[in-house]
Design a protein around this ligand. Structure first.
Ligand code: AMP
Length: 403
């Protein structure tokens, strides 16, 4: 069995990893770490939940430690840039670098929009080796002359598919134009459609490819099931499950921001404590909700996909798809929030009549049919006859909705 020791990590990192309680590397860590240590480019097809952050953070830190630069005050140069699609994910990656690098003396800053830029500028002035950033604010600071990326040795693009979904492609290109041509690039994406491959081809030089799970794979340890339930009865069914299904911590997904608020309100009315997070909430409010959920108070978090993707939330016992996603890959991402790093989990989906087509697409993607649960409370069982997704052109691309 591979151990962190025989991946040739040095004592400051081994101590930090041991303190986190990691016993052995996850498959992506065992595969990626030796390559990243040699300095080569890497194309990683991996979802969050696989341990991919440590798969790049540990060898990056090791290389920084192995090749020190002068560290007198004010002479720290930016040596690593990690780009991430969301503030939450950037914060988590920053926290991981902090955790794994706490015995190394290396400094870092997390840069994202929606908050004052002053503390970020202050950290940059004081000098950092590692920047973790979302593209928009990083470009702002670059344009104001607060950041110099000309000394970057390693560039990480995380969740590239989500970056493209969120329209960051031009920003990414602008940032890349500021990086030295001679560098190591690590590129991670949960899915690899043609557009992502093109971007990877443009950024990577003879990359090593590492794949830990097929795009369509759902973690075996997750028990999946679906209820056919009329849209108007979904709130009742949700309350019923939260009360009776031995739910420890539940992450509930809705399609829309409005839907997330509505579900959280319904639950509150029923005496079940829940928080909602979505893109309309301020950064501070999202962070607060996340922290509270992490400490199980409340044990229910209602989220939209953009707000939740990439979030590192441990020990979620249940993922509940209050609405099925209309992009089937999103189902795989969502349910990956439970059953992480070896733990088992439960994923329950609510499928209204008009969502049957979405369910079919999910089942085709994961290549299995999801068992149907019929143990509804009586008041939630009266689903009208299934409505075939007639007249909806599936090939015209996903329906648009506000997330
Ligand atoms: P990630 O895919 O980077 O979002 O990591 C998912 C979760 O797995 C995080 O909570 C990590 O702390 C945890 N994790 C990462 N590596 C390991 C490991 N080797 N053993 C146990 N847990 C890990």
């Amino acid at each position: 069995m591979t151990t962190f020791e025989n991946l040739l990590l040095s004592s400051p990192l081994l101590r930090a990893v041991a303190a986190e309680g990691y016993l052995s590397p996850t498959p992506i860590q065992a595969e990626a770490i030796p390559h990243v240590l040699t300095g080569c480019d890497l194309l990683g097809c991996a979802q969050t939940g696989t341990g991919k952050t440590a798969a790049f953070a540990l060898p990056i830190l090791q290389r920084l430690v192995d090749n020190p630069r002068p560290t007198q005050k004010h002479s720290r140069k930016v040596r690593v840039l990690v780009l991430s699609p969301t503030r939450e994910l950037a914060t988590q990656i920053g926290a991981s670098f902090q955790t794994y690098g706490r015995h190394t003396g290396l400094r870092q800053v997390v840069i994202f929009g929606g908050v004052s830029q002053q503390p970020q500028v202050k950290s940059l002035r004081a000098g950092v080796e590692i920047i973790v950033a979302t593209p928009g604010r990083l470009l702002d600071l670059l344009n104001q002359g607060h950041v110099d990326l000309s000394t970057v040795e390693t560039f990480v693009l995380d969740e590239a598919d989500q970056m493209l979904d969120m329209g960051f492609i031009h920003d990414i290109r602008k940032v890349v134009a500021r990086l030295p041509r001679q560098r190591q690039t690590l590129f991670f994406s949960a899915t690899m459609p043609a557009e992502i491959r093109q971007l990877a081809d443009a950024l990577l030089h003879r990359p090593v490819k590492v794949q830990v799970a097929a795009e369509s794979s759902t973690v075996e340890s997750i028990a999946q099931s679906v209820y056919f339930v009329d849209q108007r009865n979904k709130p009742t069914l949700l309350q019923h499950l939260l009360r009776t299904d031995a739910v420890g911590r539940a992450l509930v997904f809705t399609r829309t921001k409005h839907g997330a608020d509505k579900v959280a309100r319904h639950l509150a009315k029923a005496g079940i404590r829940a928080e909602a997070i979505h893109g309309n909430k301020s950064q501070a409010a999202r962070q607060r909700a996340l922290e509270k959920f992490r400490s199980n108070s409340p044990p229910v978090l209602v989220a939209t996909d953009v707000a939740a993707r990439g979030l590192d939330i441990d020990r979620v016992s249940h993922v509940i798809n209050f609405d099925l996603p209309n992009v089937p890959e999103t189902y795989v991402h969502r349910i990956g929030r439970t059953g992480r790093a070896g733990a088992s989990g439960i994923a329950i989906s609510f499928c209204g009549g008009p969502e049957r087509g979405d369910l079919k697409l999910v089942e085709r993607l994961i290549r299995k049919s999801i068992p149907v649960r019929t143990d509804h409370p009586p008041y939630a069982a009266n689903l009208p006859p299934a409505v075939a997704p007639k007249g909806r052109c599936r090939s015209a691309g996903p329906r648009k909705y506000h997330r």
